[in-house]
Design a protein around this ligand. Structure first.
Ligand code: ZN
Length: 116
């Protein structure tokens, strides 16, 4: 499978959502706080290994900077001062697919499931 490639990145500061349009036509809407909670930097990974995980920074959290990294990822800086998170396209795509805001009306956890 080819790795996903974004063709459009729009930051909605008002609603706190990063919108990514992919080359295959899919769109991911990623709340800033969700991105913050899935930070993969060394410090956050260490917290996660201890079972703590990054603290929920709340709905008021915003992205303050978006920097492309080597054409395969984004470096995101947040309003709580955290700016070490590197988000590869594959992770952003995965977060968009699992985001509960994507399909608020669906009772099924996975659309492909035939059980429900
Ligand atoms: Zn982090």
């Amino acid at each position: 499978m080819n790795s996903p490639t974004p063709v459009d990145i729009v930051d909605h500061q008002g609603s706190g959502v990063l919108e990514i349009g992919w080359a295959d036509g899919a769109t991911s809407r990623l709340p800033h706080r969700l991105l913050r909670m899935h930070c993969r930097c060394a410090a956050c990974e260490q917290q996660r290994r201890r079972g703590a995980g990054p603290r929920d920074a709340g709905a008021g959290l915003r992205l303050v900077r978006i920097d492309p990294v080597g054409g395969h990822a984004l470096n995101l800086a947040f309003s709580d001062g955290h700016d070490r998170g590197i988000y590869p396209w594959a992770l952003l795509r995965q977060l968009g697919a699992s985001s509960p805001t994507q399909q608020p009306d669906s009772p099924c956890p996975t659309p492909a499931s035939s059980a429900c």
